[in-house]
Design a binder for this molecule. Structure first.
Ligand code: BGC
Ligand code: BGC
Length: 607
């Protein structure tokens, strides 16, 4: 019974895990050993040891079954102080570099192994169809083909390749394809909402990445909070059991999402036979696990949950634990890479993240070829994201929503300003930080780094994509610099495409930088020439999300009609292009409702 339960580390002690034979623990977003955001590698490994040892206690004739810890390493080992933070998936989608994705998976696995954890809840395989969704950035693309190609690479990078010696060995961790099925296609982009697609659309759009992930051997799949045609996925035996386990042949285990079972009709966080009967093997029941244990046991004894279902769940969980070599791996601290602090946020992993940042940047506009910039000049660096690593990193970074972090929380990281300052000053130029754009002496050029604040699930949902409604100051800033006759380079840091026509008009060059993470240097690498005034790195990024022309285009997807984007799927200039983008894009929003974003924060969060 206990094996079917995953509890959260703030709500269970190792002794309780032993007493109830609990199969798994997780740390949720913003949950750390000792509730310490700055917990060290040793703190993580020590807690992993404590739970492991408890699970292997054979006193009183107990059966020893190693407990398994899962964590959201979704863009690097993002819960851990000092880890390399990779660009969020939306940026990786723009790189169009599947090989790079595999390498990122390998580094993420290694750094997760360093803290003694053998399982990550990644990759997210959402095919994002409405950019108002607050989790848009967790998806690689609106196009199933990209998500499908990346799914295989990320799963292989994390787990290794089935049938080879390295599979789930030493530096590898279990991957989780999530969230099955249709999370990226809810009506209105509402988090945890309803996906009304019929079966063929569900399969062609949202199901494709799972085909690839299963072929690559993904060992776990997380069930989506969302519904399919009004039916919650957590209570959907047709899609979970008949389709996924049956027709698609998935033989790993299904884990529920955080209290996702509690949302089913007739269920609570503490009781839900329907979720187990639908095919979920391990229930993520962070807090109410004790009551859940008792209730489920009664439901099994009373026949409400058939024993065959319990056997299937247990068989799957144990099989994966064997495959992950947990029965032979020994204490977490005794594993090959555990505790090797030097591997966390190492120069090598930062170099890889920096490469990913470079390749993720999409050049939307470069009128009169104002980029690349010479290093030796006076550069004003402005904007609300210019010197803010938390804004660079977005949600799922140290904290759940990515909020309440400051630069000091990111040792070894570099802000965009920090990186520009380094490049410019060593070449004899001067870079000045002025968030609000005030300057004493007129600079040669202004780089304005601006964009969205961090957010994650449900808190990030928006009613529309008019950027200005949430941050009028950035447009005012661009206008002020532009009207002072200063060439303006905009770098937008955001978790999705946004309607920014007014901002494009005020910018000579415009870069979509997505959520690059800890290595701001990747941006400076591309914006500036080399020391010998040649192209240092060219732009490589191509849009994996279509860019809206009007404020109405929330669900603008390649392959769907009508399709009239401002910048089409696949767009992305390079330094060889001479394309001029109009400085006179229509800026009229027509309807006043787009002038404000009245979305109450957390509107779509369930209790
Ligand atoms: C999210 C998952 C995540 C889980 C554990 C849920 O709320 O939807 O993506 O893996 O929490 O943190
Ligand atoms: C946890 C997240 C989880 C969320 C679910 C938060 O408190 O930290 O990991 O995804 O709750 O609603």
């Amino acid at each position: 019974m206990g094996q079917l339960i995953q509890a959260e580390i703030q709500y269970i002690t190792p002794a309780e895990a032993r007493d109830y034979h609990i199969g798994s623990i997780l740390n949720g977003g913003g949950s750390f050993p000792g509730k310490n955001k700055h917990a060290s590698v040793d703190d993580w490994v020590a807690l992993a040891d404590a739970f492991y040892e408890a699970s292997m206690d054979t006193s009183g004739d107990r059966l020893a079954i190693p407990i398994i810890w899962g964590t959201d390493s979704v863009h690097g080992v993002n819960n851990v102080f000092g880890a390399t933070i990779f660009p969020h998936n939306i940026g990786l989608g723009a790189t169009r570099n599947p090989e790079l994705i595999r390498k990122i998976g390998a580094v993420t696995a290694l750094e997760t192994a360093v803290i003694g954890i053998p399982w990550t809840f990644a990759p997210t395989l959402a095919v994002v169809r409405d950019d108002r969704w607050g989790r848009a950035y967790e998806g690689y693309s609106e196009d199933p083909a990209i998500v499908m190609a990346y799914a295989a690479e990320m799963v292989s990078g994390l787990q290794g390749v089935p049938g080879t010696d390295g599979f789930l060995h030493d530096s590898k961790v279990l991957a989780t394809a999530k969230h099955f099925l249709g999370d990226g296609g809810t009506v209105g982009g509402v988090d945890q909402g309803d996906n009304v697609a019929d079966d063929s659309e569900l399969f062609e759009i949202h199901g494709q990445p799972y085909v690839a992930a299963i072929a690559a051997g993904v060992r776990t799949i997380m069930v989506s909070y969302s519904s399919s045609r009004g039916r919650k996925m957590h209570g959907n035996p047709y899609l979970l059991t008949d389709i996924l386990k049956g027709r698609m042949g998935f033989d790993g285990f299904l884990v529920g999402d955080y209290n996702g079972h509690g949302q089913l009709p007739g269920c609570s966080n503490a009781s839900c036979a329907a979720a187990i009967n639908a095919g979920i093997d391990m229930i993520m029941v962070p807090e109410a696990w004790k009551e859940f244990y008792a209730n489920t046991l009664a439901q099994i004894e009373g026949g409400e949950i058939p024993m065959s279902r319990v056997d299937d769940a247990l068989r799957r969980i144990l099989r994966v634990k064997f495959e992950a070599r947990l029965f032979e791996a020994g204490r977490p601290s005794s594993r090959r890479y555990a505790g090797r602090t030097a591997l966390l946020g190492s120069a090598e992993s930062r170099a890889l993240a920096r490469q990913a940042v470079r390749e993720s940047l999409v050049l939307l506009k470069n009128n009169d070829a104002i980029l690349p910039l010479a290093r030796k000049q006076t550069v004003l660096v402005a904007g609300n994201s210019a010197n803010d690593i938390a804004r660079q990193s977005g949600g799922w970074t140290l904290t759940w929503q990515g909020t309440d972090n400051e630069n000091a929380d990111f040792p070894g990281a570099q802000s965009v300003f920090g990186a520009i300052e380094e490049i410019v000053s060593t070449a004899g130029g001067v870079a000045t930080l002025s968030v609000d754009g005030e300057f004493a002496q007129k600079p040669d050029v202004a780089i304005v780094v601006w964009g969205e604040p961090p957010y994650a699930e449900c808190f990030g949902d928006r009613k529309h994509l008019n950027y200005d409604a949430n941050d009028p100051a950035s447009l005012a800033l661009l206008k002020k610099l532009k009207s002072a006759g200063i060439p303006v380079v905009s770098v937008l840091l955001s978790g999705r495409p946004l309607w920014v026509n007014p901002h494009l008009n005020q910018s000579d060059a415009f870069v979509a930088g997505w959520l690059p993470g800890s290595e701001g240097a990747g941006i400076a690498d591309v914006l500036f020439e080399s020391v010998t005034n040649e192209i240092n790195y060219d732009f490589k990024g191509k849009l994996s999300f279509s860019w809206p022309r009007t404020v109405h285009q929330n669900a603008l997807n390649v392959g769907s009609e009508p399709y009239d984007p401002l910048f089409a799927y696949g767009y992305g200039l390079t330094y060889g292009d001479v394309t001029q983008v109009s400085n006179d894009l229509p800026v009229d929003i027509g309807d006043a409702i787009f002038a404000h974003d009245t979305t109450p924060m957390g509107d779509s969060c369930a209790d």
